[in-house]
Each structure stands twice: as structure tokens, then as C-alpha cells.
Design a protein around this ligand. Structure first.
Ligand code: AMP
Length: 182
């Protein structure tokens, strides 16, 4: 079963497509954003530490997210394929992931970058109406993406692992393109 990493700016439809693709392949959809939101809702120690960063649209400190992903990838259900959505978010996390996957002998197959133009991203985020989707926070999340996450496009291109999918199409068409890729 495939091991895939989904990249893409906030609002690119990464969560929707990662979930659809994971269901299609019957593998877990591992979204650090979903896990963190659940932790915030349940007021766990992780959630309490992560909340203020998330409310601002900043990245949660690496050591918290890295511990979370390490634990999640050790789960029994994650031993035969998965889709990572929202992790890694910067070069340090990507380097950590490389060494973790090496260590547990679970190499990823490739990294999917869902490409969507900037103006479409902001309007999509405003439409979904999440509590961390106010205009100011959206602006910051896009800035954080450009500064910290977009260098990963280069990181994975250099490793010859990047697959680009046009995310600016109907949801069904994007899903079809992803299916072809797998
Ligand atoms: P997402 O649902 O992927 O857009 O994530 C929502 C929020 O969770 C982000 O704005 C970050 O504050 C936090 N978050 C999710 N994944 C990560 C990560 N890999 N590293 C740091 N913060 C993250």
C-alpha cells in the first residue's frame, strides 16, 4: 500500500483529497492539523500547548509535532501504508521524517504537491469558515506557508520524489488525477 506525503498551501484542498485518497486505498489519513484540533478540543496537555500557535496561524513548535507523528506512525494501523497531510511543514520536520522513516524502514513513495493559485487559496479558506480562518489569520498562514513550507518543494524535487497535481479543478477531477498517479 502506498505511503504518500501531501504538500500544498493552506486552502489547496489537501485535507479533502488526502482523505478521499486514503479511503480509496484503505490506509490511514494522518493529519497533524486534525490531531492537534482534537487535542485542543479535549484540552490535553498537547492541545493546551498548541492552541495559541494555531489561533494565530503559526506553526506549533517542532518538538510537539515531531513527537506526535512518531507516536502515530508506530500505531499498528500505520504499518502498511498511510497518507501524511500537513506534515512535514518545514525543512527541519522533513529531515526528521526522513530519518524516522529510514529507522522504521518505511520509505515514502512520493510527495504530492497540490498546486493552486494564491488568490484562489484565500477565498477557499474564507469559505470553509473554520475558527482559525479569519482574514488576519489566513494572511499569516499563507505567509508561514511561503516562508517555511514552500522550501519543501525544492527539498523533495531534489530527491526526485515530487509529483505535481493541479489542485485548481473540480474536486472530482483532482481525485481522478490523484488516482491515476497511484
Ligand atoms: P492544518 O489543518 O494542516 O491547516 O493545520 C492547522 C494548524 O495546526 C496549523 O495552522 C498549525 O498551527 C498547526 N499544525 C498542523 N500541522 C503542523 C505541523 N506539521 N507543524 C507545526 N504546526 C502544525
Amino acid at each position: 500500500m502506498p505511503r504518500l506525503i501531501f504538500l500544498g498551501a493552506p486552502g489547496a484542498g489537501k485535507g479533502t483529497q488526502a482523505k478521499l485518497t486514503a479511503d480509496l486505498c484503505s490506509i490511514p489519513h494522518i493529519s497533524t492539523g486534525d490531531i492537534l484540533r482534537a487535542a485542543v478540543a479535549n484540552q490535553t496537555p498537547l492541545g493546551i500547548q498548541a492552541k495559541s500557535y494555531m489561533d494565530r496561524g503559526d506553526l506549533v513548535p517542532d518538538q510537539l509535532v515531531v513527537a506526535l507523528i512518531q507516536e502515530r506512525l508506530n500505531n499498528a494501523d500505520a504499518q502498511d501504508g498511510w497518507i501524511l497531510d500537513g506534515f512535514p511543514r518545514n525543512v527541519l520536520q522533513a529531515e526528521f521524517l526522513d530519518s524516522l522513516l529510514n529507522q522504521i524502514e518505511q520509505p515514502y513513495d512520493y510527495v504530492v504537491n497540490l498546486e493552486v493559485p494564491d488568490d484562489v487559496l484565500a477565498s477557499r479558506m474564507l469559505e470553509r469558515g473554520r475558527t482559525d480562518d479569519t482574514e488576519e489569520v489566513i494572511h499569516n498562514r499563507l505567509k508561514v506557508y511561503r516562508e517555511q513550507t514552500s522550501p519543501l518543494i525544492d527539498f523533495y524535487t531534489k530527491r526526485k520524489k515530487l509529483a505535481v497535481v493541479d489542485g485548481n479543478q473540480l474536486v472530482e477531477k483532482v481525485t481522478m488525477d490523484l488516482k491515476k498517479l497511484i
